[in-house]
Design a protein around this ligand. Structure first.
Ligand code: OSB
Ligand code: MG
Length: 368
């Protein structure tokens, strides 16, 4: 696949309702769409860096800079056989996995279109529908949280994740559990605690949660290994896992019993699959995390989550959980059994709607 042209689109997508995590509240979601041209085909990829560096040091502005000033100039005119081969060409850039992940995704879209195969087929995904849940942001009160969770349950979501932060943790989780004694429930701290402060979470061990996601800092795999034995509930790492090597180290240290996989966080779909394969060998369940993606990134998440090791529901909700208007023609809907159907058309299996793209676009860069 010869890389002939790469265009960037910086988007700002209005969220239907605000989304609050331990690192802040957002009303809109920024991302960069990568549009790549190769031998008559156009591939799309999503770089999931957001406007602010709360989840990761990468932002839409740093990713734009890294892509435009370093990665794209290096890639133009290059020929790659497998999408993952592009990683060698980008290796001269230290870090910036989300920027790299957007590029690799566009190559998967092109490869699929060339070969007439869906991403799921190319990956060897075994499910045509994948189990999903919904990630519910912090609300102004536990009562509002319970109401909102009730709304998603009524829509058919079979697994609920709630965001927590210091002061809004055990009480929120207890309120949801009391209101809904039998639901599949998990919590996500987004690194808001330390080994010293995480003791306050101890009562959640009584709530029969599926997992506790990323209680400690991103660079703290070791301290997670000291925290896990203090809990009966499984710890799941999100922010800490940037590569298959990190996953191996976390497993060896017994820092977690479950891993959340996000292609953007680990630099691309090939590394995401490698983490899946490694976890399968070690009997570590994995699930697909989300970054409030547009239809482009959501299509890739669904294909990834169709691999056999994704045994827990993903943070992949229906389009209307996030956006009134998406930039793909396709909108994803929830099936009655809390699954979403994996696209089966070639490549990512979605088509970008140019008018919707233009409405969401803040900036554009083209190599032609
Ligand atoms: O930690 O999983 C997270 C969204 C943005 C950044 C980090 C996270 C999230 C979510 C939302 O939890 C998942 C989704 O529905 O896309
Ligand atoms: Mg998370």
């Amino acid at each position: 696949m010869k890389i002939e042209q790469v265009n960037l689109h910086l988007l700002r997508m209005p969220l239907k309702s605000h989304f609050e995590t331990s690192f802040g509240r957002i009303f809109t979601r920024d991302c960069i769409l990568v549009e790549m041209k190769s031998e008559g085909l156009t591939g799309w990829g999503e770089c999931v860096a957001d406007r602010d560096p709360g989840y990761s040091y990468e932002t839409s502005t740093t990713a734009w800079h890294i892509l435009k000033d370093f990665i794209i100039p290096k890639l133009l005119g290059k020929d790659v056989t497998q999408p993952g081969d592009v990683q060698d060409l980008m290796d001269f850039v230290r870090g910036h996995p989300m920027a790299k992940g957007g590029i690799e995704m566009a190559l998967w879209d092109i490869k699929g279109q060339r070969e007439g195969k869906s991403l799921r087929q190319m990956f060897g995904g075994v499910h045509s529908q994948v189990a999903v849940g919904v990630s519910v942001g912090l609300q102004d009160s536990p009562e509002e949280l319970v109401e909102r969770v009730g709304g998603y349950l009524a829509q058919g979501y079979g697994r609920i994740k709630i965001k927590i932060k210091p002061g809004r943790d055990v009480g929120d989780a207890q309120a949801v559990r009391k209101a809904f004694p039998n639901i599949h429930l998990q919590i996500d701290a987004n690194s808001a605690y330390t080994l010293e402060t995480a003791g306050v979470l101890k009562p959640v061990d009584e709530l029969d949660l599926l997992l506790i996601e990323q209680p400690l800092a991103e660079d703290d795999i070791w301290d997670h290994s000291r925290l896990q034995p203090q809990f009966r509930t499984a710890i799941c790492l999100d922010e800490s896992i940037h590569s298959a090597r990190h996953a191996r180290q976390a497993i060896e240290m017994q820092a977690c019993r479950i891993i959340n996989i996000k292609a953007g966080r680990v630099g691309g779909l090939t590394e995401a699959k490698a983490i899946h394969d490694l976890c399968s060998q070690h009997n570590i369940p994995v699930w697909c995390g989300g970054m409030l993606e547009t239809g482009v990134g959501r299509a890739a998440n669904l294909a990834l989550a169709s691999l056999p090791g994704f045994s827990l529901p993903g943070d992949i909700s229906a389009t209307d959980r996030y956006y009134a208007e998406d930039i793909t023609h396709e909108r994803f809907t929830l099936n009655a059994d809390s699954t979403i159907t994996v696209p089966d058309q070639p490549g990512l299996g979605v088509k970008v709607n140019p008018e919707a793209l233009q409405r969401a676009r803040l900036a554009e860069y083209s190599t032609q």
